[in-house]
Design a protein around this ligand. Structure first.
Ligand SMILES: Cc1cc2nc3c(=O)[nH]c(=O)nc-3n(C[C@H](O)[C@H](O)[C@H](O)COP(=O)(O)OP(=O)(O)OC[C@H]3O[C@@H](n4cnc5c(N)ncnc54)[C@H](O)[C@@H]3O)c2cc1C
Length: 582
């Protein structure tokens, strides 16, 4: 498959999959099962993709615990929770095909939690009408990744997890491969492919506190797609989780599961007040994710936060055995990162950027991007979650659209009769890399990355205003200018510095898309809080779509089909009694 070409490595495959998390692996499996040659690449160890962090569970209306559940109800709950900004056709596809997604995992040996009689156990997650979240302890993502890795190995899927993709190769609106480099030895890599599936995650690492892994979710998908001619949808819609750790600095934002509140954890400010009384006296700590995040943010900005800029979450009043049994991961994380024993001491937390609901614009049928042969899936894509993600829906999306997109890409490459390649597209990607490696100035990518994160935290965090967003754009423009003077310095340890330079380019582009769309969404809806426009505006029930050349435009949404629209519009049961709020 690979031939040496002076100092550049040339590879070719029928379909290139960028990303080896759950989405990329599921698509690769589908292609291999259909006998199509596939190469999957990633910039991080394949056993340890971001997907492994997912804890709580994966949704499908299996009805194992509540037989009255249905795909229509799952679709309705998803649409309602999205504040009616999700694409109804994508919602329907995921809800209808979810059971098959779980079935595939089961067939490949996924160790789901089960009831005594063998049924897959399903639990409540917030805003679901029925128990429909399947799980494997609090390691659901890790078990999914292991299961998919095992199946991919059985099918001999070729995976290289040390290739950083820097540009997609496109000519006349058709993709013909990608360009990148080997992170270990720096060899430039040119990959020819008839189709490319982008599964490279989201952009949550452009905020200072984030539940993302280090060096992941830096907006690579946004940049790769946008420079290839695709568009970004809902960039401003980012879910902030209420409880991210503040320390240590290099792990700021690491998640404390909502199970900590679900089990009876108490939130207080620096004055010792149980502040949820002010925001949701009935549900208190069990209120919804967006409300608890907004409450914490408000306490901190009003000066009632801790010296380090957080609030307290305390579970120490719970029996030690309950904590060890119900919150083992939280207990271990705090010991590992802070040497703090949550059975005796309260945690300091703040809202953390958790999930990119926006991403690359995709068509509901096949997740095609509008660029021929280019598809996007998983957190890189958009359309399922709108202004708020229903917990457990992103893992099932990986399975459902991984399969569907793999199937479509297989048909696409099989039906192609001619291939066009353009040396100038390769030349552009090559020159860009050479330029980053040549002496351009003394700016450091790592330092600028931190500044991007400060700008986004300051001006596009949990609460936004016109003035703040405008200021954010001004500061971003200055960072874009300084980025022209970044020089990457590879060292004996490898080419991480070049990776950081490209992470920065992705982050700058994602930050611009986010700020520009956030400015246009002059309303408060779901995760997007505008202090200057505190109401929802019915005229804005649609999506903001962004591209570098065209900027922002508004797209209306198709109405949802009768089969689940009325269910979604009906008053739902918002009670959280007995439900795990994840
Ligand atoms: C702490 C935590 C808990 C969560 N819990 C849940 C849950 O309970 N239920 C649920 O449904 N969801 C949950 N989520 C969300 C869910 O885990 C993610 O949305 C999902 O795993 C994303 O999968 P993905 O395959 O799209 O991307 P990822 O798993 O992020 O994989 C991206 C891949 O792209 C590669 N990549 C990126 N850029 C490049 C590049 N330039 N070149 C080459 N490769 C590149 C990366 O190396 C990686 O292999 C949770 C998330 C977090 C952080």
């Amino acid at each position: 498959m690979s031939t040496q070409h002076s100092t550049e490595r040339l590879m070719s495959t029928s379909v290139l999959v960028i990303g080896t998390g759950g989405a990329g692996l599921r698509a690769s499996i589908e292609l291999a099962q259909r006998g199509v040659q596939v190469l999957a690449v990633g910039k991080r160890r394949k056993h340890d993709a971001h997907t492994t962090l997912a804890a709580g569970g994966i949704n499908a209306a299996l009805g194992t615990m509540d037989p009255e559940d249905s795909w229509q109800q799952h679709a309705a709950d998803t649409l309602r929770e999205s504040y009616f900004l999700a694409d109804p056709a994508i919602v329907e596809t995921v809800a209808r095909n979810a059971a098959d997604g779980i079935g595939d995992l089961e067939k490949w040996g996924m160790p789901f939690a089960r009831e005594e009689d063998g049924r897959i156990s399903q639990r409540f997650f917030g805003a679901h009408k029925y128990r429909r979240t399947a799980y494997a302890g609090d390691y659901t993502g890790l078990e999914i990744q292991r299961t998919l890795m095992r199946r991919a190995a059985e099918l001999d899927v070729q995976i290289i997890d040390s290739i950083y993709i820097t540009r997609l190769l496109v000519t006349d609106g058709t993709v013909f491969g990608a360009y990148g480099f080997d992170i270990v030895d720096g060899t430039p890599v040119q990959i020819h492919a008839d189709a490319v599936i982008l599964a490279a995650g989201g952009h949550t690492r452009i905020w200072r506190h984030t539940s993302s892994r280090r060096d992941e979710n830096t907006g690579d998908s946004f940049r790769l797609a946008a420079l290839a001619g695709a568009r970004i949808r809902d960039a401003e819609l980012v879910q902030f989780h209420p409880s991210g750790l503040l320390e240590p600095d290099d792990a700021a934002g690491t998640l404390v599961s909502e199970a900590a509140r679900g089990e009876g954890g108490i939130l207080t400010n620096a004055l010792g007040e149980r502040y949820m009384e002010r925001y949701d006296p009935e549900r208190m700590e069990l209120s919804t994710r967006d409300r608890v995040a907004l409450a914490g943010y408000t306490e901190i900005t009003a000066g009632r936060g801790t010296g380090k800029g957080g609030v307290y979450l305390d579970v120490s009043h719970l029996p030690r055995e309950v904590i060890l049994q119900k919150l083992p991961r939280v207990y271990r994380t705090l010991i590992d990162l802070q040497m703090l024993d949550i059975t005796t001491t309260k945690m300091e937390i703040a809202p953390t950027a958790h999930y990119s609901m926006g991403g690359v614009w995709v068509a509901p049928e096949d997740h095609g991007t509008g660029v021929d042969g280019l598809y996007a899936i998983g957190e890189a894509s958009s359309g399922l979650h709108g202004a708020n993600r229903l917990g457990g829906n992103s893992l099932i999306e990986l399975l459902v659209y991984g399969r569907i997109t793999g199937e479509h890409a297989a048909e696409y490459v099989t039906s192609r009769t001619t291939v066009r390649r353009d040396p100038s597209a390769v030349g552009l990607a090559r020159t860009e890399m050479q330029s980053l490696l040549s002496e351009r100035g003394t700016e450091s990518a790592r330092r600028l990355q931190r500044e991007v994160r400060n700008v986004m935290t300051e001006h596009a965090g949990v609460v936004r205003t016109e003035q703040g967003l405008q200021e954010g754009l001004r500061e971003l423009a200055a960072l874009e200018e300084r980025a022209q003077h970044v020089t990457a310095h590879p060292d004996i340890a490898g080419f991480d510095d070049l990776a950081h330079a490209y992470d920065l380019l992705g982050s700058l582009l994602a930050a611009r898309a986010t700020l520009e769309c956030a400015l246009e969404r002059r309303e408060t809806r779901g995760c997007h809080n505008r202090a200057d426009f505190p109401q929802q505006d019915p005229a804005l029930q649609g999506n903001f779509v962004w591209s570098p050349a065209e900027g922002v435009s508004f797209e209306a949404l198709a109405p949802a089909p009768d089969s689940f629209r009325s269910l979604a519009e009906a008053d739902a049961d918002d009670s959280v009694a007995g439900k795990l709020v994840e």
